[in-house]
Design a protein around this ligand. Structure first.
Ligand code: NAP
Ligand code: GDD
Length: 346
């Protein structure tokens, strides 16, 4: 049997890196789209990289951008994927208030460009859209597949548009196109400005004596935090069903930002109150107060169940930060030992 071929947009992001690992483990040939930057943005997938000249290579990377539909169509034509996982987006909610037009263009219209590229090339591939619990916004918890959307940010609004265009291509053209409505999921690979990673990094650095305080915004917001490595499995399962459908993916538990801060600092034996300060710049003009997902459909149909909850997630993220600090300290020590003493001045 020939290996399946997948195309991942956003392969350099948190989820893209875990999904690439999962698909390579399952024997897929994986193609990823990377946006051009003046510095390397492939750190999260460096450990997966293979020389594409190697006859057994199964990971291939291409430059491409969500704002360039012609390029997307050209890549689809070349790669001929069986499955497309569309994960790329301007994914930061606070930033979307500063850059609403860019967020609409990438996070919203980017999905239309990709779907239209698939249609114009005439592919019959399966399509996964990275939809978000931010679409529920102000809708009271628990939220499930039938909860009405009430987005509270330009990011949430763009995701609602992308959700509906995905459903529209399913209904209008019979495409196997699905929305995974994922609640917050985190990991040591989380972007450093999302709250869980920011706090885990701060707790480790305070413990190591490298900083004393961290500035945060709203500590009262509640989120349903799960572990990213488990959530990519649900994405894959959604594309393996007989019929396309949309699914909520969540743990069903909620914790406040304050709780998460406490879990992180307590893990290194510190009282968070001594190290957290308020800064209004991290507040949002309109906030999402409480997200708790009901993922019973995913459990029933896909057989998917999460195992990691927020307290354990906090511990594993802080441990990863401590490991990184120890590793860099080790490298510094090794470099110092190798240094040739400077010649004595005459
Ligand atoms: P992430 O770490 O921010 O990764 C986003 C990816 O999109 C990165 O690879 C980024 O490239 C790429 N990208 C951004 N703008 C692009 C553009 N114009 N053209 C091409 N690529 C572009 O996000 P994530 O946490 O992995 O999330 C993956 C997807 O799931 C996103 O669509 C996000 O909105 C959605 N989502 C995430 C969560 C969550 O809790 N993590 C929950 C629900 C939905 P660079 O690496 O160069 O920045
Ligand atoms: N980022 C950040 N930084 N958030 C803070 C801070 C801070 O210093 N202080 C408090 N918060 C609060 C935010 O106001 C929000 O209520 C909560 O922490 C979580 O913020 P983020 O970690 O930035 O995540 P998010 O919930 O806004 O968005 C993430 O989850 C969505 C799914 O619900 C992103 O990954 C989105 O892409 C994703 O769709």
């Amino acid at each position: 049997m020939t290996a399946k071929t997948a195309l991942i947009t956003g392969i350099t992001g948190q989820d893209g890196s875990y999904l690439a690992e999962l698909l390579l483990d399952k024997g897929y040939v994986v193609h990823g789209i990377v946006r051009r930057a003046s510095t390397f943005n492939t750190q999260r997938i460096e450990h997966l990289y293979e020389d594409p000249h190697h006859p057994q290579a199964r990971l291939f990377l291409y430059y491409g951008d969500l704002t360039d539909g012609t390029r997307l169509a050209g890549l689809l034509e070349k790669v001929q994927p069986d499955e497309v996982y569309h994960l790329a987006a301007q994914s930061h909610v606070r930033v979307s208030f500063d850059e609403p037009e860019f967020t609409g263009n990438t996070t919203g219209l980017g999905t239309t460009r990709l779907l239209e590229a698939i249609r114009s090339v005439g592919l019959s591939c399966r399509f996964y859209q990275a939809s978000s619990s931010e679409m529920f916004g102000a809708a009271p918890p628990p939220q499930c597949e039938t909860t009405p959307f009430h987005p509270r940010s330009p990011y949430g609004v763009a995701k609602v548009y992308a959700y509906w265009v995905t459903r529209n291509y399913r209904e209008a053209y019979g495409m196997y196109a699905v929305n995974g409505i994922l609640f917050n999921h985190e990991s040591p690979r989380r972007g450093p400005t999302f709250v869980t990673r920011k706090v885990a990094t701060a707790a480790a650095r305070v413990k190591a004596g490298l900083q004393d305080v961290v500035y945060l915004g709203n500590l009262d917001a509640r989120r349903d935090w799960g572990y990213a490595a488990e959530y990519v499995e649900a994405m894959w399962l959604m594309l393996q069903q007989d019929e396309p459908n949309d699914y909520v993916v969540a743990t069903g538990t909620s914790h406040s930002v304050r709780d998460f801060v406490e879990y992180c600092f307590a893990h290194v034996g510190l009282d968070w109150r001594d190290h957290v300060r308020f800064d209004a710049r991290y507040l949002r003009p309109s906030e999402v107060d409480d997200l708790v997902g009901d993922a019973s459909l995913a459990e029933r149909v896909l057989g998917w169940r999460p195992t990691v909850r927020a307290p354990e997630l906090a511990r594993l993220m802080v441990d990863a930060e401590l490991d990184m600090l120890r590793h860099s300290a080790g490298l510094m020590d090794a470099a110092t030992e190798r240094m040739v003493p400077a010649p004595t001045a005459r």
